[in-house]
Design a protein around this ligand. Structure first.
Ligand SMILES: Cc1cc2nc3c(=O)[nH]c(=O)nc-3n(C[C@H](O)[C@H](O)[C@H](O)COP(=O)(O)O)c2cc1C
Length: 157
């Protein structure tokens, strides 16, 4: 039995992120069944109602983008809807355990595509490790799973 698990903390306002991480969890189960060294996935959804908790294990943060105004380059933009996740990740020493941020958004937003995730990675002093659009595709699921698996292995060795 593998010791390692991929822990994911996410927020989802309209369900796209929830759909993608649930698909990732299912994919992880098939990978683990084929080879138990492949990590399973646990999910924690943060909402406006979530209590703060102290994280004690490494995790990946999944961050959709909701911004109002600006163009992400030379104008200010205001973060909407996702602030509860940002506050949770910055609570106590939670940011220390973040192994990376995965962003999602819509490419129609051009330079603002996945901007919240890129900002979170900088604030949390970690890396922006992957992105996908909307609910993602099966190719995205495989790609993001393997990025997280490699990063987890590198951090736990
Ligand atoms: C009001 C609003 C603002 C958005 N702003 C951005 C944006 O600035 N950049 C981006 O990449 N996507 C933006 N999106 C797209 C969302 O990030 C995308 O639909 C995402 O999949 C939503 O995830 P969720 O369903 O888990 O909440 C915006 C969507 C809405 C409804």
């Amino acid at each position: 039995m593998s010791e390692s698990t991929i822990n994911i903390i996410y927020i989802s306002i309209e369900g796209n992120t929830r759909s993608f991480v649930t698909g990732l969890q299912d994919y992880a189960k098939t990978q683990h069944a084929a080879d138990e060294s492949n990590p399973l996935i646990t999910l924690k959804e943060i909402t406006e109602q979530s209590d703060f908790a102290i994280e004690t294990k490494p995790y990946f943060a999944f961050v959709p983008t909701y911004l109002d105004g600006g163009n992400g380059v030379d104008n200010g933009v205001k973060e909407l809807m996702t602030n509860a996740l940002g506050e949770y990740l910055n609570y106590d020493q939670n940011s220390r355990y973040c192994l990376g941020v995965v962003g999602s958004g819509n490419k129609n937003f051009n330079d603002q595509y996945c901007l919240t995730a890129r900002r979170y990675a900088e604030q949390l002093d970690t890396d922006f490790i992957a992105d996908y659009e909307l609910r993602g595709t099966s190719v995205d699921t495989e790609r993001v799973y393997h990025v997280m698996k490699e990063r987890l292995n590198a951090c736990t060795q």
